[in-house]
Design a protein around this ligand. Sequence first.
Ligand code: UD2
Ligand code: MN
Length: 588
Amino acid sequence: LDDSSKQDSLKRRSWNKLASDVKEMFPFNDAKKNVMPNPLERHANDSSATQKVYGPRAELKKGVLGNYEPDYKIAHGPGEGGQPVFASMEEKAAADQSVREFGFNMVVSDKISLDRTIPDTRMDECKYWNYPTLKELPTASVILVFHNEGWSTLIRTVHSVVNMSPPELLKEVVMVDDFSDKAHLKEPMEKYIAEYNKKHNNVVKLYRNPERMGLIRTRTRGAELSTADVIIFLDAHCEPNRNWLVPLLARIAYDRTIMAVPIVDGINWDNFAYASVYGAATAHHRGIFEWGFLYKESQVPQKELSRRQHNSEPYRSPTHAGGLFAMDRKYFFELGAYDEGLQIWGGENFELSFKIWQCGGSVEWVPCSHVGHVYRNHMPYGFGKVDVKIPVILLNYMRVVEVWLDDDFKEYFYTREPSVRGYPIGDLSKQLQFKKDHNCKSFRWFMDNIAYEVYDKFPILPPNKAWGEVKQKKGMLCWDTLGQSVGGGPIGVSHCHHYGGNQMFRLNTKGQIGVGERCITAPGGDTLHMSFCATEPTGPWEWDETSGLFRNRDYQKCVEAGHDNKLHLVRCEPDKSAQMWIINEIKT
Ligand code: UD2
Ligand code: MN
């Protein structure tokens, strides 16, 4: 066996193990189930809580009380048990084409049953929880918004939602087509849904947008069209796991101002293998952000974990990835739904989370609810006609920042994204009025009490001394990351394009050079490289505006573009034009 086929067989072996776990994890009437204490008990003294203490699991009858475990037959076929599936050599061209078109390998997806089984990725504890009865729980509308999604991934989402949810709780699956133009999403889909509905009590409802609205506005529309107590958004390429629904609804039944977020498992875009993103499902993570508002996940701080008695209990999270969550429908609209000024994609997760936290609600991640999501290879769709000169995502972030951040925190965002400062972002009066009317708390309160680990992971940035393109004083070339990432080759120079991006650098007042969320270092004292930014936002860099010298204090050397068009540290020579740099601000 060569190395790669060895790895492959290892991978397959571990997947086989998972598949057999599926069987092992299945007994319903295990006597062990009596021994787990009841995690809902901790709320018994809380007057706002449902006062009930629920009985031990063994007394519960399947399908009567909240522990809904579907009849899960072990099936044999491609992708069953969440195993990877591969395209054949003959299929490779079609597979590659489908990846370009959808961001997923649809050739592989098409081989997998729409009702396939997946491994149970929950913590073992989850199987011993007692939940409210189906009658005590609110009903749910699952909302799937989609734009030009592939057939089998979209339809498998519908099937798995229906297969994995107690019919008593799943009132409807609301599909909202965001102006797709693919033929398979027209009549063929309508016909398919009509047939499917005959067998499933008309559970699926299909609506279409008259124009491209983007995922954020389409979700608000989906919520308007929904009729259940709770709305649950999922991306249109998801596979919910066992008993995913009840733990989410139970939190909302307990407190309607909780946004309940399932743990997102990964489905591979190329082979559709299903796996827990963090391996051991007991290591909890939660959603945070850096100061350019790139979404991040990191381990839940001990302080938060120890607020709970059981490791499978929900924990609070500053934010969430955006796609998958449950909320009381009325509460969603009481909060004003999503800001209507947010366009197409991005930032809406922060808008909703900050609004919830600052105005009295909370965001919780629920370890006993797992949902698989296919992470794309790339984003296959464009944003349609948008009248914005900066990236739409940054415009969205700016709206969130301007409404929900305090002035000092706003400044950290503009330090990280200096080129968008002052860009017109439209009317915010509705959002600001809401914040005032609801007496919402400050962002500092949110940071200090909820998102405190952000201070450690992403230190507050000192102001920029200069930012923009770093251009030769007597030449036409600019510093360019050349698309290098951390651990990659040296960065260099190329023709100045004035678009920012790979040519946008920031030198802060403490000597650190930033580019996007990364930093520039010269680890060996020669070439310059992309690296993770140090915990302290400081560095050895100095730029002298008059001489143009870019000096590294650690090595007492200066930056020069070599004949290889890479940036090098060499002996400083103040009169050498190859060492003279100017920094021009540019607007992206
Ligand atoms: C993540 C979220 C996604 C959303 C996004 C930021 C997860 C797993 N996914 O990106 O839900 O919060 O971040 O905004 O947390 N769609 C439309 N109209 C559009 C574009 C997309 O309906 O104009 C649909 C799309 O078909 C899909 C959903 O919106 O069902 C999310 O889009 P995505 O899967 O491309 O986003 P993703 O997972 O990269
Ligand atoms: Mn997605």
